[in-house]
Design a protein around this ligand. Structure first.
Ligand code: ADP
Length: 155
């Protein structure tokens, strides 16, 4: 099974969308193995968005991502990184397909409600950035045979 990181951004927290987004994650069958609320700061955002630090809009990203606490989630599933990235949709909510989280819940390229890791390698780095090992739980639902077939459960 693969792990991925989700961040419910201030645009989700402020707009009361936490419950809807978590419901969509659970409805899909991704397993929540870590979850907490935390206040981000410029230091962690410089690491998390290191590919954007030199962009002129980076200060605006920092203001947007520190406006309220966020909810960080560690999600588990077969191909969890790709599956949750597909559920999230493209960066700009105005272009994101209907049925995706960004496509259904936002109108912005910046206040786009959710972060999703973009590769298994980055997911490992991001999970370690936001969670201590003790905060990520090694559990599966008792009825996991109804989430996956036998061969998939070994993946
Ligand atoms: P994604 O979140 O889809 O993986 P990026 O890694 O390119 O996209 O960008 C990270 C986040 O930075 C975006 O989700 C968005 O909140 C913000 N962002 C990206 N591009 C812009 C931009 N041109 N102006 C303002 N904010 C941006």
């Amino acid at each position: 099974m693969e792990l991925t990181l989700a961040i419910l951004k201030p645009s989700a927290v402020e707009r009361g969308l936490i419950g809807n987004i978590i419901s969509r994650i659970q409805d899909k069958g991704l397993i929540i193995v870590g979850m907490k609320m935390m206040q981000l700061d410029e230091n962690i955002l410089k690491q998390h968005y290191s590919h954007l630090v030199d962009k002129p809009f980076f200060p605006s990203i920092v203001r947007s991502m520190t406006a309220t606490p966020v909810v960080v989630l560690c999600l588990k599933g077969v191909e969890a990184v790709r599956v949750f990235r597909d559920m999230t949709g493209v960066t700009n909510g105005r272009n994101a397909a209907p049925g995706t989280l960004r496509g259904d819940y936002c109108m912005s390229g910046q206040a786009n409600i959710v972060h999703a890791s973009d590769s298994p390698e980055n997911a490992k780095i991001e999970i370690a950035r936001f969670f201590s090992p003790a905060e990520v739980f090694d559990w599966m639902p008792a009825d996991s045979a109804f989430y996956y077939g036998e061969d998939e459960l070994k993946m």
